[in-house]
Write a protein that binds this ligand. Structure first.
Ligand code: NAD
Length: 343
């Protein structure tokens, strides 16, 4: 397994492999860039099929955090961590204590928080071993409602840009993944009168959105070809790929999942087909924006900052049209300029 020559290495400052035999912890921490401040990004717990799959995921996610934090105007660098384990594992105390000690060893260069498979309660356990945890109970807490708010506003910005309308009423929106963020997103969309088509691999999550928001449930493999206006990927990454793009009927792709494009060229493909893509790390920055207010937490100030996502995305859409470029490459350039300027 190559590390320095890894396809996703992208000049990472530091990559740390942590093992703790007693608890069974196997984790990788990736610090991509700290020009803007200490790296901040969540911890994902997943049943990766190989170490290489885990490494690729953490490298891609941590690079995304650098760009996300920069474009959100935060004084934070980018990093991420993954724990290689079944996210449903019950014995979490020892595991997250060991994870906390692993993060402590980085001496504050990286702060972790919750992500897929990890709860705020897990982070609280890790926090007993290290101060370098964010998204704590009683402080900024669960970032998901803020990520959902930013994603909802991002969807509105995309609709306004493409169709000139301010309301989502009557629009059909497919949501892939109705977990922490997907649930709150569905609530916003339903409250504005959108028609929801949802999928998940967790039946109880589906039942909840079907009952509360009248969402139509489809099988996971059927989500792509739904006759909808907007496709919102809110599960895992790389769902925009060679197989799924030809199936899409939506003219807007805007959701909270990280790393939605399997490869950068898939952004080109969406553009060719006239599909407006809201770059993932811009639209899903709400949670990390909320975490950035952790120190003297103020929900009103955090919400105001999350609301800026609407204008940031609009600026990217307008510039992409003007320069006849993909929205993802415009976002990358804007983020790189901020990161370079902070060197
Ligand atoms: P979550 O684990 O609570 O929800 C993900 C949902 O996707 C789960 O309900 C899961 O069952 C479902 N899922 C998994 N595989 C699926 C498949 N093949 N088809 C359909 N559904 C599937 O996670 P979350 O916190 O809601 O995050 C969702 C996405 O948003 C992730 O990509 C995450 O990295 C990203 N994100 C989350 C936050 C946050 O604040 N939680 C912030 C930024 C980005």
């Amino acid at each position: 397994m190559a590390v320095f020559n890894h396809i996703s290495f992208d000049e990472h400052e530091q990559v740390v492999f942590c093992q703790d035999k007693e608890s069974g912890l196997r984790a990788i921490v990736a610090v991509h860039n700290t020009n803007l401040g200490p790296a901040v990004g969540g911890c994902r717990m997943w049943n990766y099929e190989s170490d290489d799959e885990a490494l690729n995921d953490v490298l891609r996610l941590s690079r995304g955090m650098t760009y996300k934090n920069a474009l959100a105007g935060l004084e934070m660098g980018g990093g991420k961590s993954v724990i290689i384990a079944d996210p449903k594992t019950q014995d979490r105390e020892a595991l997250f204590r060991a994870f906390g000690r692993c993060i402590d060893g980085l001496g504050g260069k990286y702060y972790s928080a919750e992500d897929v498979g990890v709860s705020t309660a897990d982070i609280m356990i890790a926090h007993e071993e290290t101060p370098y945890m964010a998204g704590l109970e009683g402080k900024s807490g669960d970032p998901s409602p803020f990520t959902a708010l930013g994603t909802y506003l991002g969807i509105k910005a995309a609709v306004k840009h493409q169709r000139g309308i301010d309301s989502l009423k009557g629009l059909k929106i497919s949501v892939q993944g109705v977990g922490h963020v997907g649930y709150y997103l569905c609530r916003h969309l339903h409250q504005e009168g959108a028609e929801l088509i949802v999928t998940d691999i967790n039946q109880s999550s589906l039942d909840r959105v079907a009952t509360e928001f009248g969402a139509t449930v489809v099988a996971p493999q059927d989500i792509y070809h739904q006759d909808v206006d907007i496709y919102a990927p809110c599960a895992l990454g790389a769902t925009i790929n060679d197989t799924t793009i030809p199936l899409l009927k939506a003219t807007i792709v805007a959701g909270c999942a990280n790393n939605q494009l399997a490869e950068a060229r898939h952004g080109e493909k969406l553009k060719e087909l006239g599909v407006l893509y809201a770059p993932d790390y811009v639209i899903n920055a709400g949670g990390i924006i909320n975490v950035s207010f952790e120190k003297d937490y103020d929900a009103t100030l955090a919400t105001q900052k999350v609301e800026e996502i609407y204008n940031t995305l609009t600026r990217i859409f307008v510039q992409a049209d003007k320069q006849d470029r993909t929205t993802s490459s415009v976002a990358d350039d804007l983020a790189r300029a901020i990161i370079e300027a902070a060197k």
